[in-house]
Design a protein around this ligand. Structure first.
Ligand SMILES: Cc1cc2nc3c(=O)[nH]c(=O)nc-3n(C[C@H](O)[C@H](O)[C@H](O)COP(=O)(O)OP(=O)(O)OC[C@H]3O[C@@H](n4cnc5c(N)ncnc54)[C@H](O)[C@@H]3O)c2cc1C
Length: 362
């Protein structure tokens, strides 16, 4: 069986690896370079609780968070790379009484659902050695939220797909999908047609350029700066900014803006100002640190904030996109439910909630 995967982000790369391991002939097509889309730009937080998720998205994201340790372990074994997986936990600081009330409600909701979540006062943080901005009155701690270094992870996946016999076509743009009698036949690229038995569209924020998926981009800007190695041992996440120390590293990354500006490129003065303000209101002590880098990316968003995964209106044409703010977190479970669907003909119950047809007018 020959499968074509369009898009070499974390979703396309994970799918390519999984199907290749099952013995499929895989062609992975990427318009730029593998792993340099949103999956490169992201923060790498595995954070269903800090994100404040509820309902089916919470359930889906929790299952994927649970799968992460094994997911990275297998990739690390395959490649010999350390991908910076770190069970560091996430603190959500409260800057006002209103924040405190909202966070305490979250703690109540999550603990009632059997998840770990605690409230710490400012004094508790001070006693643990944190020197916080003076507006912070306390914070929620979600010990089971964690992180992976998304750049190390996509690099490891790229290493795998390039050394495993998968056909990788970089700098090749898929222009359209060709269908005959409602059945997938081939894709047309700027380098010619490629036929296959099935195709999965995993083209992130650009998916609607290939097929009418109703996915749109939400731009996010990020920055990084230097810390002394080990200085910050947890992620601090709030509406102002999230501050992510990398494992065994002197790098801290800070994100991210949320901008509905289509594919407008570049970092902006306003975007970077927001991030620096959030950083310094959380940790004023980082004011004199060396600034390292700035970048931006496009989250693949949908109207209801949930992904689109599964079958389309064409036989053997599948989709895995719209992961919005949680695509790094959701790579393991997205891969699993598509493998179950295509390889085992097993339909996971999540496919109902994330189905392609919910945005298609009948
Ligand atoms: C600033 C920012 C911070 C984020 N932080 C987090 C976080 O902390 N945790 C988390 O879980 N998620 C986070 N996300 C979200 C996450 O990055 C995305 O949901 C995820 O990377 C989507 O993966 P993907 O593979 O679908 O898309 P991408 O990584 O964007 O990959 C899609 C690929 O498809 C290619 N492509 C597009 N069109 C074509 C075509 N026509 N032909 C061939 N190839 C094509 C693109 O070039 C691209 O390489 C963040 C996103 C951003 C932007």
């Amino acid at each position: 069986m020959k499968g074509i995967i369009v898009g070499g982000g974390i979703i396309g790369l994970s799918l390519a690896r999984a199907f290749h391991k099952l013995g499929y002939e895989i062609v992975l097509i990427e318009k730029g370079f593998l792993g340099r889309g949103a999956s490169w730009s992201a923060g790498g937080m595995l954070a269903p609780q800090a994100e404040g998720l509820t309902g089916v998205m919470l359930e889906f994201c929790l299952q994927s968070r649970e799968m992460y340790k094994n997911f990275v372990k297998e990739i690390e074994l395959d490649t010999g790379d350390d991908v910076g997986f770190w069970e560091c936990g996430i603190v959500y600081p409260a800057f006002s009484k209103e924040d405190e009330d909202i966070l305490k409600k979250k703690i109540y909701y999550y603990t009632k659902s059997g998840l770990k979540a605690n409230w710490y006062t400012r004094e508790d943080f001070e006693n643990a050695g944190y020197i916080l901005g003076n507006q912070i009155i306390g914070g929620a701690f979600f010990p089971d939220d964690k992180q992976v270094d998304n750049r190390l992870l996509v690099n490891a996946l790229v290493k795998y797909v390039k050394s495993s016999g998968i056909t990788v076509m970089e700098r090749t743009t898929v222009i359209r999908v060709n269908v005959d009698k409602k059945k997938f036949k081939s894709v047309t690229t700027d380098k010619g047609d490629i036929s296959g038995d099935f195709c999965i569209i995993a083209a992130g924020a650009w998916s609607s350029e290939i097929y009418d998926t109703k996915v749109f981009p939400v731009k996010g800007q990020m920055i990084s700066f230097k810390q002394q190695k080990g200085e910050l041992d947890k992620i601090f996440y709030s509406k102002k900014a999230y501050i992510i120390p990398r494992k065994n590293s002197n790098i801290i990354v800070v994100g991210a803006t949320e901008e509905n500006v289509s594919f407008r490129p570049e970092n902006t003065v306003g975007g970077i100002f927001v991030l620096l303000k959030g950083l310094l209101e959380t940790f004023p002590k980082f004011k004199d640190r060396e600034f390292l880098d700035k970048w931006y990316g496009y989250r693949p968003a949908t109207a209801d904030g949930m992904p689109i995964i599964g079958k389309t209106d064409v036989d053997n044409l599948y989709i895995a996109t719209g992961h919005y703010r949680n695509g790094i977190l959701l790579a393991p479970i997205t891969t699993k439910i598509l493998v179950d669907l295509i390889h085992r003909d097993e339909k996971n119950h999540f496919l109902d909630s994330f189905n392609f047809f919910r945005f298609i007018e009948s």
